[in-house]
Design a protein around this ligand. Structure first.
Ligand SMILES: Cc1ncc(COP(=O)(O)O)c(C=O)c1O
Length: 402
């Protein structure tokens, strides 16, 4: 009888493990310019003793991707570096980043204050989910009214969250002033920096403690990933990592970490084009007879212009406007664009257009829409990387159909 050789299944599983020790089979040095993707759920222990040491916390080695992954760690250190923070954490979505942070900072019976013009999902989490399921008191304030912010934040407040520029009205909030208010009560200031990205704004420079990103947007930039990031000091984020992320488990896929690392490499050139085109489109809209009002922090008429100039390096790629004729006129415009895609999300190479009152902010009731300054005919534009003249021509022909 022929001696039994290693079976096909065993070969299929073990035969091609050229990189199991992260060394090629021929031992040539690897100097890859792109971070490798460690698409591995688990990492082998060298011995039973090594495994015991890792579990006892005596050795900090990779062993399971929910607890840590080298590709994700590269992204976490990259975003911390770009934001000037001590540490970074990556999550499966922007909402996972915000909710895990909330779990880590605010306990049952405590209080959270947030600015009222925020992404609709954030409002839903804070306004509905927190009080209903976690006995957390949540108060929303007009973030541009610093007296209102100061009145709401007290010693029971464990987190003040603001979004600036805000989604979708591009309201600009004074980061330094909010940090001062939060710190009077030993509460951390959290800034959602999704719209600006670290290329345009570093909230920590102005006193913020923690920065949140929906990396789904400009950081990745190509409309093919959902992910979230947090950066801040170890004193807050170590606990969020060890006690919340590892156990609640809203981690990012290593492949998505790699895509975002790749996206970040072209962030500056993409942002320069987004900003330049958005500024042109804002000017075009400001003189358009069918437009009531334009919201773009780079226009001198914008109430936050001076603050934006102080805390941002440019004004970003998002523009919003109130169309004359409200919701009905908005619907005609949305249905008649060709180059612009009617879609939520933002920060992609493609130009996107959305109607917040019926889409991203449909979680807001009428009163909340009114206090947040979101009109029924507000249209939000995420200006992409196409030729700006083509984008303007497309809007012009759609306006003519109204
Ligand atoms: C400003 C802002 N923050 C957070 C989020 C939530 O991010 P994600 O969709 O990645 O969960 C969004 C989503 O649109 C957003 O616009």
């Amino acid at each position: 009888m022929k001696p039994r050789s290693i079976g096909f299944s065993t070969k299929a599983i073990h035969g091609r493990k050229h990189f199991d020790k992260h060394e090629p089979a021929d031992h040539k040095p690897i100097r890859s310019i792109s971070t490798p993707i460690f698409m591995s759920s688990t990492f082998a222990f060298e011995s039973a003793e090594h495994g015991a040491q890792v579990f006892a916390g005596k050795v900090d080695d990779y062993f399971y991707t929910r607890m840590g992954n080298p590709t994700t760690a590269a992204l976490e250190s990259e975003i911390a570096y770009l934001e000037g923070a001590e540490m970074g954490l990556a999550f499966g979505s922007g909402m996972a980043a915000i909710s895990h942070l909330m779990f880590g900072l605010v306990k049952s019976g405590e209080k959270l204050v947030y600015s009222d013009t925020v992404y609709g999902g954030t409002h839903m989490l804070f306004g509905e989910v927190c009080p209903k399921y976690f006995n957390i008191e949540t108060v929303h304030v007009n973030g541009c009214d610093l007296d209102e912010v100061a009145r709401a934040v007290d010693d029971r407040t464990k987190m003040l969250l603001i979004e600036t520029p805000a989604n979708p009205t591009l309201a600009i909030i004074d980061i330094a002033a909010c940090a001062e208010i939060a710190h009077r009560h030993n509460a951390p200031l959290v800034v959602d920096n999704t719209f600006a990205t670290p290329y345009l704004q570093n909230p920590i420079e102005f006193g913020a403690d923690i920065v949140v990103h929906s990396a789904t947007k400009y950081l990745n930039g190509h409309g093919d990933v959902v992910a979230g990031l947090l950066v801040g000091p170890k004193k807050y984020l170590t606990e969020v990592h060890h006690e919340i992320l590892r156990e609640v488990g809203g981690i990012i896929s290593p492949f998505n970490s790699w895509l975002i690392l790749r996206g970040i490499r072209s962030l500056p050139v993409r942002m320069d084009r987004h900003c330049a085109s958005a500024a042109e489109i804002a000017k075009y809209l400001a003189f358009h007879p069918k437009v009531d009002r334009v919201y773009y922090p780079g226009l001198r008429t914008h109430p936050g212009y001076e603050i934006a100039k102080r805390q941002m390096r440019d004004f970003g790629g998002m523009v919003a406007f109130d169309i004359k004729g409200g919701r009905d006129a908005g619907r005609v415009l949305c249905n008649n664009v060709n180059l612009w895609t009617l879609a939520v999300s933002l920060g992609d190479v493609d130009s996107l257009l959305s109607h917040p009152a019926s889409m991203t902010h449909s979680t807001y009731d009428d009163a909340m829409l009114a206090t947040s300054g979101i009109g029924p005919g507000l249209i939000r534009l995420s200006v992409g990387l196409e030729d700006v003249d083509d984008l303007i021509d497309d809007l012009s022909q759609a306006f003519k159909k109204i």
